[in-house]
Structure formats: structure tokens, C-alpha cells
Write a protein that binds this ligand. Structure first.
Ligand code: ZN
Length: 458
């Protein structure tokens, strides 16, 4: 087989060559052992090349735009013109010259100023095509909204995350990081915010209106979760023609106006709310969130909404049946317990698989795991097991792609449920679940059937 020594990655600016490829280049005859080698440079390589150039150009544009603003302000200072007027004038000129709206020009100026002065590390990374312009935007939007000291502490880590993750995953990871940093004062802020809870009606067109409820996040998710679970049972009936959205709205009305649901299967009325609350086990020993933060423990969180006050988590862990309680190891983040139930597939397993991933396990997909299908990595009829190491949530679209789109997906052993996606062109993308999960194995005493935490591979 003839080997071309350049690879698609060589096309992107400053991206070091993949060691695996260098190895192939030195030993061309070994490459014949590899099942398939993409044509060089292939179509994907041509696209990543131009994407790299766009990042470099975006960084250059930000630098020049900030230079324009700075020089205009310096000139104005000399002639005594008010700074606000100069900024407006620069915005108008930029909009006219680039043929974009003034609003867009204003955003460009604001981003350029932020990147040059507050996040030079992100600008530098963009200039070397290690992140995309979209990553840079997300980074500065989220960090700008945080308090100044949190921003200072997290900027370096945020750039590292941007270089590692696809945009969607990066946004979620950074948001979680900021929430965790800011959670020290959560108890106090939540106490104050609780007093703002209220119900509002907002008129809408065509004889409709919005009913808004400003509620503690756990309650809001419990309500939505219960409406969805009930709605799915009803939508699943053969005679039903309404959409899930319509049914959810109707159930809400029925329950609040009549107090009961009539004319529906009895199992619908038995459905109760269920929300997964994750609590680092030692955090429960802390007095409050400030104390917990001082001791270095992560905050309690609810899936999809972020940290909740410790006082609320303690209450939920106390006894309420409707919460899925997940206790995690303080240092490793490993799951120690899933509620009070033991590890018994399939319901608990499904729950654990979804909880572990939090979202669809395709590269960059943000569809919440509870709306995903559970995929058998190795199909049942090919001998695949029903086990944590063989499952991942995939949204309908990505599930179809996995089976019919020419992609192959592999569970990596010893990677806490990580999936390796291999595209039809042979490129590989690693997707790691949000949380690592230990293996639970039954003890030898069959009567106790207790789950035990082991270091066994996944
Ligand atoms: Zn997906």
C-alpha cells in the first residue's frame, strides 16, 4: 500500500500530528494491517482545515476591532470628545464598513474588548485554532455573568475545557463549574429567592394565556417530570390523537381545577414525581453551604438544573419516597448508592445509565438522557449483556445513525462508561459520561443481596 506522509491533521494550523499516524508513517508496511485508511487529504480534512483558518482569522479580527476602538478613544481624549459618543461613532462606522447591523457591530466590539483585556488566554487559543469562535463566545458570556473572583479563578480552566470539548458539552461543563464555585453562598441566596415565588398569568393572542409559576427548581422539575410521565401513558393509548405537549397542558388543568384526572387509565393517577438528586455523601455532614464549600465538598445537584441548597438536599435525603437519591464518593465522584433500592436491573439499571450520562452520548449532543433510548452497545442477539458496561443513552436521531449511518461505537473498558465513536471516514471522537459509576456486585451471601463497591473494571 502506498503511504502519503501527510495526514488530514497536518492541514489544520499548528495541530501536532497524531502520534498514531507518525507511527504508521515510519512503518508503512504495518499500515496494511490497519483495516482502512482514509484518503489523504480527505473531504473532512478539507473542512477542518478551513475551520482552523476561520478561527485564526476571527482572533485577528477581534484584535483589530479592539485596536480600532482603543485608537479612536485615544484620539478623542486628545480633542476632549466624550467617550460614550466616540464608542457610538465607532459602532456606526464598523457596522457601515462591514455591512452588518449596529447591534451586531456592538456585539463584536464588546467581545473584542472582553477577549483582548479580560480573556487573553482564550484569544490566544483562538488564534492558534485550538478553539472555535463559538467556544470563545460561550466562554466570555458565561464568565462575564459570574462574579469577579469566580471569573478570575476559573478562566484558565475554562480555556482548557474549551480546547477539549465540543461547544455544547463545553457550555454545560463551564456552567456546572461556575455554579459549583458560586454554590458557597447558595443557602443564603436561595432563602432570599424563595420569598419571590409566585404564580402569574400573562395574556396571549387568540384567547390564550400563559400561566407562569416561579418555584424552587426541585419542585418545578418534579411537576414537569410527573406531567411528562403521566402524559406518556396517555399518549401511548391507541385512540389518543393529542401530542405530548397538549396532554401535559390538559393534565395540569385537570389536576389544578378539578383535583383529579377522570377518564384515564388508573395507572396514570398512580404516577408520582421523581427527580434525581445527587449528593456528595460527606456534604451531608456540613452545617450549611458555606461550611460545605470550606470543607471542599461539591454541592448537591439536581439533574439538568445544577446545585440546590444543602438544606433542601438534606430534606430530600431524609425520607421522601419520590426522589431518586444518588450518594457519591467525596473524592472520586463514584456512585455509592442509588436511593434505597439495590442494584437490580433493569429499572434501576436504566436509571443509573441515564443518570451517569445525563445527556445523549453522541459527540456534543445535549438531549437529556431521560428523553433518550437505551442502546445496547453489543446487540442482545449478538451476545451483548444487559449490564452497565454495555449501555448508553442515545437520542432517537443518534441511535438511528449508530445503527444505519456507518458509524461504529465502542465502550472503552476502564473509562467509566466512555464511548469511542468512529466516523465513516475513520475519525475517532471520545464521549465521556458526566459521572463515573462503580460496578456493584452481589456479595456471596445470597440472602443479603447487598451491593458492594469494587474497583473492578467497568
Ligand atoms: Zn443525540
Amino acid at each position: 500500500m502506498e503511504m502519503n506522509l501527510s495526514t488530514p491533521d497536518d492541514m489544520a494550523a499548528d495541530v501536532p500530528p497524531d502520534p498514531e499516524w507518525e507511527w504508521c508513517a515510519r512503518l508503512p508496511e504495518v499500515a496494511e494491517l490497519v483495516e482502512w485508511v482514509p484518503p489523504v487529504p480527505d473531504d473532512v480534512g478539507l473542512v477542518t482545515e478551513v475551520a482552523g483558518m476561520m478561527a485564526v482569522f476571527a482572533a485577528e479580527q477581534f484584535s483589530r476591532v479592539e485596536g480600532l476602538r482603543r485608537n479612536a478613544l485615544a484620539d478623542a481624549g486628545r480633542y476632549g470628545v466624550v467617550a460614550g459618543i466616540v464608542e457610538r461613532s465607532v459602532r456606526l462606522e464598523l457596522a457601515a464598513a462591514l455591512r452588518i447591523t449596529e447591534h451586531a457591530a456592538g456585539m463584536l466590539l464588546a467581545r473584542a474588548e472582553a477577549l483582548v483585556h479580560r480573556y487573553p488566554a482564550a484569544l490566544d487559543s483562538l488564534g492558534q485554532a485550538r478553539i472555535t469562535e463559538r467556544h470563545a463566545q460561550v466562554l466570555l458570556e458565561l464568565l462575564d455573568a459570574a462574579t469577579a473572583d469566580v471569573r478570575e479563578r476559573l478562566t484558565g480552566r475554562a480555556v482548557e475545557l474549551a480546547e477539549e470539548l465540543p461547544v455544547g458539552s463545553f457550555r454545560r461543563a463551564l456552567r456546572r463549574l461556575i455554579e459549583t464555585e458560586e454554590s458557597a453562598t447558595l443557602t443564603e441566596r436561595h432563602k432570599h429567592a424563595l420569598m419571590q415565588r409566585r404564580i402569574l398569568v400573562e395574556p396571549a393572542a387568540d384567547g390564550m394565556a400563559w400561566l407562569h409559576a416561579f418555584l424552587p427548581a426541585v419542585e418545578a422539575h418534579a411537576i414537569h417530570g410527573r406531567l411528562t410521565a403521566m402524559g406518556k401513558v396517555i399518549v401511548g393509548q391507541e385512540t389518543e390523537t393529542r401530542s405530548l405537549d397538549e396532554v401535559r397542558a390538559d393534565i395540569l388543568g385537570d389536576l389544578l381545577i378539578e383535583g383529579v384526572m377522570t377518564g384515564h387509565p388508573v395507572e396514570v393517577s398512580r404516577i408520582r414525581a421523581s427527580v434525581a438528586v445527587t449528593v456528595p455523601v460527606l456534604a451531608l455532614l456540613a452545617e450549611d453551604d458555606a461550611d460545605r464549600h470550606d470543607q471542599g465538598h461539591a454541592p448537591a445537584t439536581v439533574d439538568g438544573i445544577g446545585p440546590i441548597p444543602l438544606s433542601v438536599a438534606k430534606e430530600l435525603c431524609g425520607g421522601e419516597e419520590s426522589w431518586m437519591r444518588v450518594l457519591t464518593h467525596p473524592e472520586t465522584g463514584m456512585v455509592l448508592s442509588v436511593g434505597r433500592t439495590q442494584y437490580r436491573p433493569p429499572a434501576a439499571l436504566r436509571k443509573l445509565i441515564r443518570w451517569r450520562a445525563e445527556t445523549c452520548m453522541a459527540p456534543g449532543c445535549a438531549i437529556p438522557a431521560h428523553r433518550c433510548e437505551i442502546d445496547h452497545n453489543i446487540a442482545w442477539h449478538h451476545g451483548g449483556h444487559t449490564a452497565l458496561s454495555n449501555h448508553a443513552p442515545l437520542c432517537t436521531g443518534h441511535h438511528t445513525l449508530k445503527h444505519h449511518g456507518g458509524w461504529s461505537v465502542q465502550h472503552l473498558p476502564d473509562h467509566g462508561g466512555a464511548l469511542q465513536w468512529t466516523s465513516p471516514t475513520g475519525r475517532q471522537y471520545l464521549v465521556t459520561p458526566q459521572r463515573p459509576v462503580p460496578v456493584f456486585t452481589p456479595t456471596s451471601d445470597a440472602h443479603t443481596r447487598s451491593a458492594r463497591y469494587t474497583d473492578a473494571p467497568f
